[in-house]
Design a protein around this ligand. Structure first.
Ligand code: HBI
Ligand code: FE
Length: 300
């Protein structure tokens, strides 16, 4: 478990993204157990039998759906998570993850502000929300919970190329914060790490596959993103993705497609400073827009 200064007296405040008319989920006080870096102990004893059952059912349904829809890298890595019949202890995941790629998962009480979020990633620590959705939210939840964070994000942290990409993203996020460009970078994150598709060319069965955690942790969106005729699918262009607004409470209308994690890593390695300037000058695009300059993989 990460050691950090414990916040005494005052607790870190929750992060709120976008407009919201309901209070943020998660307990950010925990009797003073949330540290200044927003990490906290995973309160494993607090999980009920029903919580473990929710995780088990979500894992079972989602893992049965992956063939032909998820990228090979994800399918290969998922078993490395280990536990499937209850909420895992984060330490037991770290026993495997740290030796594999130097990453660790750390517990957080929910969404955290951008700077602590990027700081953790830059240090190869992935913040995982420790609470799980209630049974009545089984099908859909807007905020990340432990199932989204573990099942969706953590398997690819066992992949060395993707693992390096996530650390670089954290470092890039801290720079974006200094440049006042978090919104632009958050859009790229949304359209790649959360909702990215990959055109898989090698392997036994080529085709369009998901690698984004928001897709991989949702049974409805996994089928929609890969097989539906409705959404647009465009080749990833970093500037284009940064110009595109996104919706957090419906299936995406546009997905951006990469060819490989190596390509994603190469596209996102250059200094984004001049790009942020270009994005600021360019017009914002709605999530359903297709432009003449877009490289269209499949028009919706
Ligand atoms: N906090 N716990 C948590 N999980 C996230 O995915 C997350 C966050 N804070 C900020 C954030 N994501 C986004 O703003 C990033 O895209 C920048
Ligand atoms: Fe996520």
């Amino acid at each position: 478990m990460t050691q950090g200064p414990t916040v005494t007296g005052e607790s870190p405040s929750p992060a709120v993204y976008g407009q919201s008319d309901r209070p943020p989920r998660g307990d950010y006080s925990r009797g003073g157990e949330v540290r200044a870096d927003y990490t906290c102990p995973q309160d494993y004893a607090a999980y009920t039998a029903s919580d473990h059952e929710t995780y088990r059912r979500l894992y079972e349904r989602q893992s049965a759906l992956l063939t032909g829809l998820a990228c090979d890298e994800f399918i290969d890595a998922l078993p490395l998570l280990g536990v499937k019949d209850r909420i895992p202890r984060f330490e037991e995941i770290n026993d495997r993850l740290f030796p594999a790629t130097g990453w660790q998962v750390v517990a957080v009480p929910g969404l955290i502000p951008e700077v602590p979020f990027f700081t953790l990633l830059a240090n190869r620590k992935f913040p995982v929300t420790d609470w799980i959705r209630k049974p009545e939210e089984y099908e859909y939840i807007v905020e990340p919970d432990v199932f989204h964070d573990l099942f969706g994000h953590v398997p690819l942290l066992f992949n060395p190329v993707f693992a390096d990409h996530m650390q670089a993203y954290g470092a890039g996020g801290l720079k974006a914060h200094r440049l006042g460009a978090c919104e632009q970078l958050a859009r790229l994150y949304w359209y790649t790490i959360e909702f990215g598709l990959m055109q898989q060319t090698d392997g036994a069965n080529p085709g369009l596959r998901a690698y984004g955690a928001g897709i991989l942790s949702s049974s409805g969106e996994l089928v929609h993103a890969v097989t539906s005729d409705a959404p647009h699918r465009l080749a990833l262009d970093v500037l284009r993705a940064m110009r595109t607004r996104y919706k957090i409470d419906s299936y995406q209308q546009t997905y951006f497609v990469i060819n490989s994690f190596k390509q994603l890593f190469d596209l996102t390695t250059p200094d984004f400073t001049p790009l942020y300037e270009q994005v600021r000058k360019a017009e914002e695009l709605t999530p359903d827009t297709v432009q003449a300059a877009d490289v269209v993989v499949k028009r919706g």
